[in-house]
Design a protein around this ligand. Structure first.
Ligand code: SF4
Ligand code: ZN
Ligand code: ZN
Length: 314
């Protein structure tokens, strides 16, 4: 069977949400052009912006690096990896391609770790937390702390935007979780045009947010990415609500291909409408311990609150 787009090459994939059969070249072109459309639609970055790419080394990171380095001036790119420090899960293999990619293109590369920044690795923090009976999942610590470290580096090194590799599956799950929790403020915050609530925050943008996870995996595979066999051991301890939401959305996607895409598109439109009519919100207060922004009506940020509970900071 021939590709539905070029009608020349053999089709290798059925793109279920469009019903098209595509060859590898047309599939790669399609993913790239949808990423570019999303970047333009929400003016995620301009040619003059200094971008810090937050890469963990997985397939989504690979797609992000591959596409952004082909559309943006590489002298205005930097890459950061925050190594979690998880027993049985080494990042060394994951980041080999990042090191060589950055070297080849002359892109600045920062490698740091949770241990370097906090004095405790993620495993040490999780063990401490379990010992003290603090009911917080490893992924909560991991995401919160990495976000904090990346924002700090971006701000101190003068980057205009932090660019992350969240894909459509991640983003639609997050949107549904926020709806189920009744958390309008987070729903708005995760929109590409969400308000910047503190001058201390460097805006985060997510160019892959309309690309399915399976598309990222296939794109990475077709471009020669080597998949790691070992998974993070904490993956199964992810918050139950996210696991349930993921399963539910996948079931809907299986019977109605394109569900995730339509869902995130409608959320985007609704939030845009809301933002057009909303008053400007005041800046967030800062945490009395670390000086980073914290939620309204809080004197301590969530990170400091948790790190205080496990005794990492006093
Ligand atoms: Fe961090 Fe959770 Fe991902 Fe492991 S699965 S790297 S703990 S966010
Ligand atoms: Zn084709
Ligand atoms: Zn704090």
């Amino acid at each position: 069977m021939k590709c539905d787009v070029c009608c020349v090459n053999d089709a290798i994939i059925l793109q279920r949400h469009t019903g098209r059969y595509l060859c590898s070249k047309c599939f790669i072109d399609d993913v790239k052009s949808r990423i570019l459309d999303e970047v333009r639609r929400y003016e995620m970055f301009r040619g003059s912006d200094k971008l810090l790419l937050a890469l963990s080394g997985g397939k989504d990171s690979f797609v992000l690096f591959d596409v952004v380095s082909s559309i943006h001036d590489v002298s205005r790119l930097g890459v950061i990896t925050v190594v979690e420090g998880i027993v049985g899960y080494s990042r060394d293999e994951d980041i080999t391609w990042i090191l060589s990619g950055c070297k080849e293109l002359g892109v600045d590369y920062i490698k740091t770790s949770i241990k370097d920044e906090l004095g405790f690795s993620l495993t040490e923090l999780v063990d401490l937390s379990n010992k003290l009976g603090v009911d917080v999942s490893p992924c909560t610590y991991c995401g919160m702390i990495r976000r904090r470290i990346i924002n700090k580096y971006a701000r101190e090194l003068g980057y205009d935007k932090v660019v992350t590799a969240h894909n459509l599956d991640d983003e639609s799950q997050t949107a549904l979780i926020n709806i189920l929790r009744g958390d309008l403020s987070r729903l708005i915050q995760s929109h590409p045009k969400g308000p910047k609530l503190s001058p201390l925050f460097i805006r985060r943008v997510k160019p892959l947010r309309k690309i399915y996870e399976w598309e990222c995996a296939l794109y990475a595979y077709l471009r020669g990415f080597k998949f790691q066999e070992v998974e993070c051991p904490y993956i199964t301890t992810r918050p139950t609500l996210r696991a349930k939401v993921r399963e539910y959305l996948y079931r809907l996607e299986a019977v109605k291909p394109g569900t995730l895409l339509r869902f995130l598109n409608i959320i985007d439109d609704l939030v845009m409408k809301f933002l057009e009519n909303a008053n400007r919100l005041p800046d967030l207060p800062t945490c009395r311990l670390c000086g980073e922004p914290t939620a309204y009506n809080r004197s301590l940020c969530k990170t400091c609150e948790l790190l205080t509970r496990v005794g990492v900071i006093r």
